[in-house]
Ligand binder design. Structure first.
Ligand SMILES: [Fe+2]
Ligand SMILES: [Fe+2]
Length: 196
């Protein structure tokens, strides 16, 4: 199936399935990602289109109820971990990833980007990194150090990714939220790379 048709279909499903504010967030993630793509001179059309597919689908299931999420996880054979059992909302990315793989045969890199967009993962490439950075730093986001994180991300994508993950860790600690295993493993890896 042609990528334009895939994007159109996903966007239609998104409009049907999420609240208006969520839809606006996704559009805002799209425009922030476009800013990053331009400023880092990413020209590979295949990568650009897969970033678009990942962005349009990442929050497709974000506004579903706990029961709906648990049912869908079951349908796709996703076994919720302890944290996801308590907070099924954390499953929304995994479900969306399974959906685009099954329905559109999404490639591994796009699948992973969507699957791990909430907590990150050590195996993410440019698609996953741009999705996570844009999801957290889109122009509607407003938190204390958001502008400095944006600045870093425009200068250096890897550095921006590290800072966004670090910020996720800080936020979880301050709010007394659990930290996903993938997130702290990723944080340690990125931190280690910085020291070298
Ligand atoms: Fe999300
Ligand atoms: Fe999002």
């Amino acid at each position: 199936m042609n990528n334009n048709i895939i994007k159109k279909e996903i966007e239609e499903k998104l409009i049907k399935q999420v609240k208006e504010t969520r839809y606006k967030h996704v559009k805002s993630v799209q425009s922030f990602a476009n800013e990053l793509i331009k400023s880092h001179k990413i020209r590979n059309q295949n990568i650009i289109e897969n970033i678009e597919i990942a962005i349009l689908s990442h929050d497709l299931y974000r506004d579903l109820s706990k029961e709906q999420l648990l049912n869908l996880a079951d349908k796709y054979g996703i076994i919720p971990n302890e944290i996801e059992q308590t907070s099924p909302i954390l499953l929304h990315g995994k479900i969306a990833a399974e959906y685009i793989r099954k329905k559109y045969n999404a490639n591994q890199s796009t699948y992973r980007a969507v699957y791990f967009h909430t907590g990150g993962n050590v195996n993410l490439d440019i698609i996953g990194k741009i999705l996570i950075i844009s999801d957290n730093l889109e122009r509607k986001r407003d938190f204390k150090n958001v502008s400095s994180l944006r600045e870093v991300s425009f200068k250096n994508l890897e550095e921006g990714f590290y800072e966004v993950i670090k910020n996720k860790m800080k936020y979880a600690l301050i709010k007394n939220l659990p930290i996903l295993k993938e997130t702290y493993i990723l944080y340690n890896k990125l931190r280690g790379e910085k020291d070298v």
